[in-house]
Write a protein that binds this ligand. Sequence first.
Ligand SMILES: NC(=O)c1ccc[n+]([C@@H]2O[C@H](COP(=O)([O-])OP(=O)(O)OC[C@H]3O[C@@H](n4cnc5c(N)ncnc54)[C@H](O)[C@@H]3O)[C@@H](O)[C@H]2O)c1
Length: 336
Amino acid sequence: MSDLGVGLVGCGKISGIYLDNAPRLDGVRIVACTDVDAERARETAHERAIDACTMDELLAHRDVQVVLCLTPPDFHADVALAAIGAGKHIYTEKPLATSVDDARWVLQSAAAAGVLVGSAPDTFLGAGIQTIKAAIDDGRIGAPAVAQIRLLARPPETWHPSPAFLYAELSGPLMDLGPYAVATAIELFGDVEAVTGLGTRPRTSGVTLDGTEFPIVEPTRVAGVLAHESGVLTTITTTDDANAPARYGVEVHGLDGTLLGGDPNTFDGPVVLARRGELDQTLPLVSEWNENSRGLGLQDLCRAARDGTPQRASGELGLQVLETLLDIRDCALSGV
Ligand SMILES: NC(=O)c1ccc[n+]([C@@H]2O[C@H](COP(=O)([O-])OP(=O)(O)OC[C@H]3O[C@@H](n4cnc5c(N)ncnc54)[C@H](O)[C@@H]3O)[C@@H](O)[C@H]2O)c1
């Protein structure tokens, strides 16, 4: 089966792993790239033997059927709408947009144009979360009742060269890391019907690796509670003020047992099944996608466009993730 040509927009930090993984993804062939920093696009194009373009050239490129948006979040909706206007499918890094109105407009525009929308995160398609899902579906813990999902990270200024956008309005750990938690919760327990949340902001500024001060405007510690239509209650915790990821980022409890899984910001396990009166058991992972497999969602979209298979990292999921996070944020900011 032939691959779809992909044009990459935004040649920053996360673009490397998409470019590394593309050759092993079914249906995906990255053929061109662009960046507002033209030199950066030229360097990426040279390293990866693809075409360096302006945005207009990328949208007009005859081999580009899919636009892959890897810009900071503020530009996601604009890039998506430009891609849709040019008749291209769009897969965007998270979030789908920074407002629910923009996200809905992207989905409506795509539907009218007959093109597909996909949105990160795609970590829930990896071996870790899919192994938890298979164990739940197999009845290993009985009906799931409550879950805890923790996304604990070190301050972005300790690892990202330009971290200010990760603390800007509508970013912060909830909006940056929360998508992994919420997408995982929806994948495992279904649609969300109500949420609440709390947050605190002990730090109001940070310093980049090169010594520049920047403001921190969002809470750096946020907890949210999701009531799913299925009756499962999921608590999510996100922070930039931790030393390391939680040992078990995902815990799912049912009457017959507990599942313990890794960090939902990765694709890996381990996944441990704990049942009363039995030794804990590390479950075999259900797929080989257990390393940094960013791009599985792009593969999902390319296969859907090519073969008509159902999309899992879909625009609709991206919209529900965004709505859920913004509802938690409203609660966190109002101190409810
Ligand atoms: N860095 C990570 O570890 C990571 C992990 C998962 C997801 N993401 C997501 O990936 C996206 C990008 O993050 P990043 O860390 O690579 O950011 P980055 O700042 O390193 O790179 C963004 C790139 O986009 C370019 N750009 C900005 N606006 C543009 C526009 N309108 N058109 C074309 N190019 C534009 C910038 O010049 C820059 O090269 C974000 O949505 C982020 O949430 C990042």
